[in-house]
Every structure is written in structure tokens, then in C-alpha cells.
Ligand binder design. Structure first.
Ligand SMILES: [Zn+2]
Length: 63
């Protein structure tokens, strides 16, 4: 059987990929919650499409 491990996305700890690791791919609940928190706070960059939306809205208004 292959021993598969993944790196925790937060702290890069090697995490065994098996059923006993309930927080995988994170090493712990702490890392999992931290990662979810970063997404919720928008600290991770997601490309904004605000300018495009604005242009589209004005075009529709003129039409
Ligand atoms: Zn971790």
C-alpha cells in the first residue's frame, strides 16, 4: 500500500492522507479554520471584475 502524504496548505507540515486525518489536507483543525477565515476575510486575492460590471451597466443604460 502506498503511503501518501500531502503538505498542509497553511504550515507545510506533512500530513498522512488517511481516514484518521479528519482535517486533511490540513494538519489540524487550527490550520483548516485559519484557511477558511482567510477566504472569508478576502485576504486571498480574487480578481475583481468591478470595472467590467460598471462598463456593462452603463452600456445597458445608454441602450
Ligand atoms: Zn498546518
Amino acid at each position: 500500500m502506498t503511503k501518501l502524504t500531502v503538505d498542509c496548505p497553511l504550515c507545510k507540515t506533512k500530513v498522512p492522507w488517511n481516514d484518521s486525518q479528519q482535517f486533511r489536507p490540513f494538519c489540524s483543525e487550527r490550520c483548516k479554520l485559519t484557511d477558511l477565515g482567510e477566504w472569508a476575510e478576502g485576504r486571498r486575492s480574487i480578481p475583481s471584475d468591478a470595472e467590467h460590471d460598471d462598463t456593462t451597466a452603463r452600456d445597458l443604460d445608454r441602450d
